[in-house]
Design a binder for this molecule. Structure first.
Ligand SMILES: NC(=O)c1ccc[n+]([C@@H]2O[C@H](COP(=O)([O-])OP(=O)(O)OC[C@H]3O[C@@H](n4cnc5c(N)ncnc54)[C@H](O)[C@@H]3O)[C@@H](O)[C@H]2O)c1
Length: 275
């Protein structure tokens, strides 16, 4: 729940992509408890229902609608925009949140997904959802925002846009010799691309009063293996992982008039890990 008032985003409509995942529902709780209507979208129909119930349990006044929407499909996103929005009703807050984060685990003696044997289908999927999907949604909803003379796009990037992953955190001995899994290259590429997209679109639509910013979260605690939890804590200035609800105010800040003079920029919230 946000610390902003219930009127902060009154009358505004927010669309969140990847809304059935871990963080999407938390963005929804922040935005709806600040007064916005929220449209939660994902390709996972069952996950969307679970997410909606989770949100309503925490904030029962939330105005949540759910839609199945594949953001990699330009026609589907255009159709959604056409059927959902009318002359007086449009998405004025877009949260580009969907991304793939494939795990690369040790199988037998080998760790799969290293640079040497990166699966090209996985690579294409990562780029397609994380970059192309964010571009398609920005293109479709941003164009309408520009026509209306008001709107906000928030790109969910990662601290991995501004630092290299330290693969040793996936090793029980914090060494390069026994790394059990790897953070895939695609993830770093996608999250860095969103910073470029943020800058480009902020220039492109700035004079139309469409602001584009990015949030760079650090890793959220979600019952990861103890050894990983401990290794990351040691590399984080605040000495802990973030809690699930700690980004809600940042999302509301970026969506609201509180950040009216901010565009093309990023908020880094990673407990100091990238410092
Ligand atoms: N969880 C973290 O620790 C963390 C840290 C930093 C940044 N982030 C970023 O935050 C965002 C959300 O992370 P999360 O942990 O909630 O991810 P998640 O994997 O839990 O959720 C992602 C959602 O995207 C959906 N999705 C996949 N393909 C799609 C498509 N084609 N169209 C629409 N939706 C699609 C999935 O079904 C899933 O529900 C991501 O961009 C991630 O990179 C997360």
């Amino acid at each position: 729940m946000t610390n902003f008032t219930r009127n902060t985003l009154k009358g505004r409509t927010a669309l969140i992509t990847g809304g059935a995942g871990l963080l999407g529902p938390r963005h929804a709780i922040g935005l709806s408890s600040a007064g916005a209507k929220v449209i939660l979208t994902d390709i996972n129909a069952e996950g969307l229902e679970i997410a909606k119930n989770k949100i309503l349990k925490i904030y029962n006044e939330a105005h949540i609608e759910t839609y199945i929407l594949d953001i990699t499909n330009l026609d589907a996103v255009k159709n959604f925009q056409k059927t959902y929005t009318s002359k007086n009703k449009y998405i004025d807050i877009l949260v580009n949140n969907a991304a793939l984060n494939p795990t690369m685990k040790k199988v037998g003696a080998n760790v799969t997904g290293k640079i040497e044997d990166y699966d090209m289908d996985q690579w294409n999927d990562e780029i397609n959802v994380g970059i192309t999907g964010a571009f398609i949604c920005s293109r479709v909803f941003g164009t309408r925002m520009a026509a209306e003379g008001k709107g906000v796009i928030i790109n969910i990037s990662s601290d991995l846009a501004i630092r290299a992953p330290d693969q040793r955190v996936y090793s029980p001995t914090m060494s390069f010799d026994d790394i059990q899994s790897y953070k895939p290259l695609g993830y770093s590429i996608v999250k860095t691309a969103l910073i470029g997209m943020t800058r480009y679109l902020s220039e492109y639509w700035g004079h139309k009063n469409v602001r584009v910013n990015a949030l760079l979260p650090g890793g959220v605690f979600n019952n990861q293996p103890q050894q990983l939890v401990d290794n990351v804590k040691k590399r984080t200035l605040l000495g802990r992982w973030t809690n699930l609800d700690e980004y809600e105010d940042a999302i509301v800040f970026l969506a609201s008039e509180s950040s009216a003079y901010m565009t093309g920029r990023s908020i880094v919230m990673d407990g100091g890990r990238s410092v």
